[in-house]
Design a protein around this ligand. Structure first.
Ligand SMILES: C[S@@+](CC[C@H](N)C(=O)[O-])C[C@H]1O[C@@H](n2cnc3c(N)ncnc32)[C@H](O)[C@@H]1O
Length: 136
């Protein structure tokens, strides 16, 4: 099981996961693109993140789609789970990713820190608009 997202725990109790995600969960803090640090918030709970990783690894999809990027925790789970799949692509939709004070680009920044930018496709739109374009 992942460590609690709400409290810092000794690193030794955190299982091996993506190092960026592990750091976010262990510290309860996230770096910002402009060099600051803010409390981690609105992220998927640790046990659901673990469940999500198990489901995606079991299904072995080449593509995943997420509505709501926020600080990027669930996206890190998804990207980590598909990273070894040829043609992997993670589509993330969030109309407020670059809005301030939140989310101020933090989700995309964390994906970039993890090295996932090359296979992330980001749409800065509300989901009803982005999803409608995919159908067209
Ligand atoms: C609970 S947070 C997502 C947390 C994230 N999945 C994680 O685990 O780290 C909800 C996100 O949905 C986004 N959101 C709100 N309305 C939306 C919409 N209409 N379309 C897409 N995203 C939306 C918000 O900006 C916010 O980033």
């Amino acid at each position: 099981m992942f460590a609690s997202v709400t409290g810092a725990v000794p690193a030794a109790t955190v299982p091996p996961v993506n190092p960026v995600l592990e750091e976010l969960i262990r510290t309860g803090l996230s770096p910002t693109p402009d060099g600051g640090t803010v409390p981690l918030q609105s992220n998927v709970p640790a046990d659901e993140a673990e469940f999500l990783a198990d489901v995606v690894r079991g299904l072995e999809p080449a593509r995943t789609l997420e509505v709501g990027l926020a600080m990027g925790c669930s996206a890190l789970v998804l990207c980590d789970a598909i990273a070894g799949t040829p043609g992997a692509r993670h589509v993330a939709i969030d109309p407020r990713q670059n809005a301030r004070p939140l989310w101020a680009g933090i989700g995309l920044h964390n994906l970039d820190r993890a090295g996932f930018t090359p296979f992330v496709e980001f749409h800065e739109q509300p989901s009803h608009r982005a999803l409608a374009r995919f159908e067209a």
